[in-house]
Ligand binder design. Structure first.
Ligand code: HEC
Length: 141
């Protein structure tokens, strides 16, 4: 009984902490149009040769837009997508991108998936990016 009570309190305390740094959806406008434009330039230079100019994928490289891409990343913080790009891509030169560049490219990928821009850049900080969740579809729709 005592143990169960303790767990209950811990869950409640966790819930409160969670609410403070409440995760936001990428659909809330988490990047700027200017940032996505910078990301497009970087994408065209480093990624398009494998993933295609329209992000549709080609041969071995999967699509970075469309339902299957979004379903892959559904519920995952945008920080993980940035980290995936920064540490493993471009596949022919991994680790060559700065966190800033990988963040701009992630913003471009969001824009190409019809996720709307907001007024400010997506910050490069991994902890802040961790609070923004990729949802395959706009929440509530
Ligand atoms: C030389 C070809 C090549 C280049 C250049 C390249 N990629 Fe990839 N990418 C791949 C391949 C192949 C995979 C799948 C295998 C893997 O995960 O490594 C992949 C996987 C990915 C994934 C995971 C997709 C998913 O849904 O899980 C992302 C995101 C990605 N690439 C982004 C990028 C970005 C952004 C760039 C440019 C900075 C880039 N790639 C450049 C070949 C490439």
């Amino acid at each position: 009984m005592k143990v169960a009570f303790g767990i209950g309190v811990a869950v409640l305390a966790c819930g409160a902490a969670f609410a403070q740094g409440a995760p936001r959806s990428v659909w809330d406008g988490v990047y700027s149009a200017e940032q996505a434009a910078r990301g497009k330039t970087a994408y065209d230079g480093s990624c398009a040769k494998c993933h295609g100019e329209s992000l549709a994928g080609a041969e071995m490289a999967p699509a970075l837009s469309g339902a299957s891409f979004l379903d892959n990343w559904n519920g995952i913080p945008v920080a993980d997508l940035v980290e995936r790009i920064r540490t493993t891509m471009p596949a022919d030169n991994p680790g060559s991108l700065s966190r800033r560049a990988a963040t701009d490219i992630a913003a471009y990928i969001l824009s190409a998936n019809q996720v709307p821009a907001g007024s400010a850049d997506l910050p490069g900080d991994a902890q802040i990016q961790g609070m923004f969740r990729i949802d395959a579809r706009k929440p509530g729709q």
